[in-house]
Design a protein around this ligand. Structure first.
Ligand code: HC1
Length: 586
């Protein structure tokens, strides 16, 4: 620890920090439009300038390390005027009318301009042309709104290892975008939307489905049902001023009913179903390999995160046979809604509209994939991000904070705690282990409070193993086998996992990959944030939801048992194969 002085008061801070980090650690706020916690400083926006005694010029606090005895002013006239100049210069080049901007109510540039008291432009400025990129199903780019902060570049290259976005040209002509300033569909973008989640302005946003959903809700010919992903309930509240990690499951259901949906269902139901199908698939692959002498593709990779599927298609096509053939819970829900449920309620699948609420922009792309249809009808019609749902609720005049709680509808409303934790990194794996262990041994899953501690938390790559002893007769070949698993979140960590597998350094049986840092709770469609505190709060909330459930294992969900008895018959059976599984080809 070293001693430094902030605004006249002495503090002890960690010597490894930058001024910006040290200020945060003692509760002093320094504004920034380019910094992303946990990543190296960019020094791009210069909004975080501070005065350091003895230095001639103001310094960027994000890229200046603290030194013992440093005396720092984060706020005085000189600092304030410098920040005003910087922000005003950004505004002078920023195309757009706040009245019509998607970020009108949560723009960091507008907030900062207000905070600094900017009331009229100091510089007339020249604005660059606004070029729209509407090429992908998930994202919209508007180059005119871009303030060149490079957060998207950082997250796309360093966190996600995708490299779809980077700065081109110089000075005023700088454009942040795909190579040769072309559209996103010309490069290996996985549409995860992490760029849209960290953009401080409206330069990259999700492609909205709000208008199409209003039209469907207004159409008396259509029956419109909605499913809500596991991660929504721990984050939607933030759109209405709740602290991160406030669970709003019941209010969310009430709001969706008030909006006019004919059925409000839970993607968690099909998350439970995924565990039965994906767990059975793992056991089948192990049997083929260990007993039948026909080595199956191992490790098996989870397949519910569409950004990861796209990443594998682009960068690791030789591993596509290792992807579980299970459709994601979103798509399983759509397929069941348009078959089993449509039949039950006597509606032609063509007149049933399935809407999803997802924390993920890539789910829009997943729903549009040609594999995700039956007889030409898409499993899922429209996908709203958490942010879009918040916007829709507000626009329909629903007073979210004062709503009571409602329960999800039958038959797809009941789920286990294992389904809840799909939202967290490590959750799919833990849910699978809870079920597979019990199927194989016939005994209760032995982990403390059912959690597999080594694969919880925000470590980038996590590993665990479970030793199988004394299995039931059907699985005798697994006696003494140590089932080894791994978990990665964020595609940068995923790439490291792939290197470990390719080099032979690791030989896991099952690997969970989630595209976004933290898992779906940190998805590109969630209420925006740039630090880990919100990820942690949402993760804790999801574990609370799991621990509060009377049923915490997917195979113990009675409605899952019922749908197998009535309709699907058995995991990996013919109907499951037809409705719930797919194959990916490059
Ligand atoms: Fe996810 Fe999933 S957990 S992918 O993270 O498998 O988006 O929440 O809905 O489909 O269930 C996202 C979340 C989500 C699917 C499930």
């Amino acid at each position: 620890m070293i001693g430094i002085t902030f605004n006249g008061t002495e503090y002890k801070v960690d010597s490894s920090l930058t001024i910006l980090e040290a200020a945060k650690s003692i509760g002093v706020h320094i504004p920034t439009l380019c910094h992303l916690e946990g990543n190296h400083p960019q020094g791009a926006c210069r909004v975080c300038v501070v005065e350091v005694a003895g230095a001639n010029a103001l310094v960027a606090s994000c890229s200046t390390p603290v030194r013992d005895g440093m005396v720092i002013q984060t706020e005085n006239r000189r600092v304030r005027e410098a920040r005003k100049t910087v922000v005003d210069l950004m505004l002078s080049e920023h195309v757009g009318d706040c009245r019509y901007c998607d970020r009108g109510d949560d723009c960091e540039l507008q907030d900062l301009s207000n905070m600094l008291g900017l009331r009229e432009p100091m510089y007339a400025g020249e604005t660059p042309p606004s070029v729209f990129d509407l090429s992908t199903p998930a994202l919209v780019r508007d180059t005119g709104k871009c303030i060149k902060c490079r957060r998207c570049v950082m997250v796309c290259n360093e966190v996600q290892n995708v490299g779809a976005l980077f700065p081109q040209n110089r000075g005023f002509d700088t454009v942040i975008g795909p190579a040769f300033t072309r559209d996103l569909d010309t490069v290996a973008c996985v549409q995860c939307g992490q760029c849209a989640a960290v953009c401080p302005v409206g330069a990259i946003t999700e492609k909205s489905h709000i208008e199409q959903i209003h039209q469907a809700l207004d159409n008396p010919e259509k029956t419109v049902v909605v499913q809500t992903a596991p991660a929504i309930r721990a984050a939607l509240g933030e759109c209405f001023g709740y602290e991160a990690g406030t669970l709003v499951t019941g209010k969310m259901v009430t709001a969706l009913k008030l909006m006019g949906f004919d059925g409000v269902f839970d993607t968690n139901f099909t998350a439970d179903l995924t565990i039965l199908e994906e767990g059975s698939e793992l056991l089948k692959r192990l049997k083929q390999t260990l007993v039948d002498g026909k080595p199956a593709a191992l490790p098996q990779f989870s397949s519910c995160s569409p950004g990861w599927i796209k990443y594998a298609e682009y960068f690791h096509p030789d591993f596509l046979p290792n992807l579980s053939t299970c459709k994601s819970p979103q798509q399983m829900f759509g397929a069941l809604a348009k078959s089993y449920y449509a039949q039950q309620i006597g509606v032609d699948p063509k007149d049933l509209v399935v809407v999803s609420v997802m924390p993920c922009t890539a789910k829009k792309f997943e729903a549009a994939r040609p594999e995700m249809t039956q007889n030409g009808i898409p499993d899922v019609d429209y996908v709203l991000t958490t942010r879009e749902l918040g916007q829709m609720i507000r626009s329909m005049g629903i007073d979210f904070r004062n709503l009571g709680d409602s329960a999800m509808d039958s038959p797809f409303g009941l789920s286990s705690g294992a389904a809840d934790i799909f939202a967290n990194t490590g959750g799919v794996m833990e849910a699978a282990l809870r079920t597979v262990y019990e199927i194989v041994t016939g005994r209760d899953f032995p982990m403390d409070n059912l959690h597999v501690a080594p694969i919880t938390g925000l470590e980038g790559i996590k590993e665990a193993s479970v030793l199988i002893t004394d299995p039931v007769d059907a699985w005798k070949f697994l006696d003494g086998v140590e089932v080894k698993v791994a978990v990665a979140h964020g595609l940068g960590n995923t790439e490291k996992v792939m290197e470990l597998i390719r080099s032979g350094e690791k030989s896991w049986h099952f690997v969970e990959i989630m595209t976004c840092p933290g898992g779906c709770i940190g998805g590109g469609g969630q209420p925006r944030f740039t630090d880990d505190a919100k990820r942690r709060a949402r993760i804790a909330a999801i574990y609370r939801e799991d621990e509060g459930k009377p049923i915490r294992k997917s195979h113990k969900n009675p409605t899952i048992e019922a749908i197998y008895a009535d309709y699907l018959k058995e995991p990996l059976g013919e109907r499951s194969h037809h409705l719930l599984h797919t194959e990916y080809e490059k």
